[in-house]
Design a protein around this ligand. Sequence first.
Ligand code: GLA
Length: 716
Amino acid sequence: MLITSVLRCSKVMDKTLIELVGHQTQLIVELGEYAEIVHWGKKVSGAHAGFRQALLRPVPYGRLDNDVAMTLHPELGRGVFSSPALEGHRNGQDWAPVFTIIDVEHYLNGIVIKSEDNNAGLCLKTELFIDRHDVVKTRHTLTNTKVGIYQINRFANTLPLPERANEIMTYYGRWVNEFQTVRAPLAHGGYQQENRRGRTSHEHYPALVAGSKSFGEMSGDIWGFHFAWSGNHRLRVDVKADGRRYMQAEVIYLPGEESLEKGKSISTPWLYATHSFEGLNGMSHHFHSHIREYILPRSFKEKPRPIHLNTWEGIYFDHDPEYIMSMATQSAKMGVERFIIDDGWFKGRNGDKAGLGDWFLCESKYPAGLKLVVDHVNQLGMEFGLWFEPEMINKDSDLFRAHPDWLLAVEGYEQPTGRNQYVIDLQNNDAFNYLFERLDYFLSSYNIAYIKWDMNREVVQPAHLGHAAGHNQTLRYYDLVDKIRLRHPSVEIESCAAGGGRIDFEVLKRTHRFWTSDNNDALERQTIQRGMSYFFPPEVMGCHIGASLCHSTRRRHNIEFRGLTALYGHMGIELDPVKEDQKERQGFERYINLHKKLRPLLHSGRTWRVPTDDDSHQIHAVVATDQSEAIVIISQLTMPTHSLSGCLRIPGLDEQAKYRVSVLDHPSNYDDIVNYQPPWTKLGCELSGEWCKEVGLAMPILDAESAMLIRFERLN
Ligand code: GLA
């Protein structure tokens, strides 16, 4: 084995130990014939030889005679009775490959391991990196080096978990109810989730957290995982019969979908992971910092995120350019910075039953063209954005009438529609090129700064020329976005899939914002946004103020609760501003101004999900990276459990510094005569960061479904 450019590595017995170091955590990887992570946790100084000696396992009676390592690439042939990393065969042969390391490249922050199995004619490359925010990423690449096609059934990323990881937090959800979390003990049987919906999905968000018993927001040992893939996947956390445990993530390949000719390779998606010994908040800090530094497209980092007005819930399919321009005029008066025309602008699109695929301006709705509207929006000082759903087709469209064979379908079978539509086969080059040409046409012909890229149905028959092709369909979607981004690098993209159905790290590499949910109900949004905040920073979370009567739940909320709920992320308005009364418009203006003032802090600071004394409220804080200020949103979700709600304690401030505490926004009925509110909420007060963290401030009394905004400013 050759090890190049070694940072810190040592020989222990006949093996080599390599240390990969983040900010607070480390990985110690043992390399011999195979690679095993022997420690992934808090950084510990000292000699490797001692560590290794300490971790040598006993060999229990009644099992294989030797110790069996839980490797980065579990193989049955080495006696690892876990879910194997690779399942495949060459016409029934070469089905049990055992790889041996032949070369390791060692970089400052990672290793690239090359292994081979000459009998099976396969080569494996394993990449493992850790960054300065403690985020680990890993993937494998398999190459067929022998004559004859190698058929791949499964190909997974595997990371070990220590035995003290005995509880998990996983996600579930649905349309208008994304990012719901559930906790469960991690015991025999482990946990498995399968997503077969053809997109990241609302139902099976590809991430989970494993940790020590009762891990919480502020405490506990945590290992968080995010699988960066926007199609079918399987996630598994397994408890082996001997008590060891591991996490595994893979693409679900459909039958016969992936096979390699000699010389060809296939890679798994990246699995991202992090260890935090400071609970879930610590985990989120790692992922948020990683996203900000490495995932978000570079060129947009400095630009403040413009406040949106999206037309969807305001006018739906009812497009009249004169009226839309009056909406734009009203939006600009309220301080909106980007105006987006949603669905309904193209040929044949008068409802959700027809038109998808015909990406030509609807001339009967826009007889004077689109430029008039775009210019109007630009003259008002706003950017212009437009909605597309490129991957989709209605049977009632010119495109389908001309190219019925462009459907992603298994020939000879009917398939159910989703929102009356079908998916286009992106592996068909003519279809792919047509979509690129149409998007390119609009982006080249008009001053479009932004597109909302939607994907409103699930994929049930992903076939190309009769062969299963779900994996490739997702890769071609990435290709299409990449090609557009290359041609129009200054255009920003929002990823939407009936709300939050395609939210993952791989999409974020090529887009700028997610439409979090079609649910604009402020109360429901509290839970949805909280769930998303575990892995994503606020600036990529699209949060809109909707109409007071929420369209998805028919619940009514006042402007203060809607405003403060949308304030937290990348803010927008989604209604018809022309129809709103003066009082509501003043409300929008108020929260737009607040957001503009606070967004530099919101979009760069550290997010804290603040523990509360009473579950009836939810508290969210963002603390500046230099700890000079913080803002806190207290949201009262239901009636307080008791007449007094305990104390508000804020973590993350400079404990030695003094802060001025003041209320920036509260419900309009806050000063009514029913309750006497804590004096600090009227007069403000000055407190040390340490007091704020350890003791706190008396909580105010808030009605259910209301919120309050508090500011902390450092005085010294
Ligand atoms: C999806 C999106 C909505 C809107 C509609 C338009 O449902 O999530 O925001 O764009 O499509 O048809």
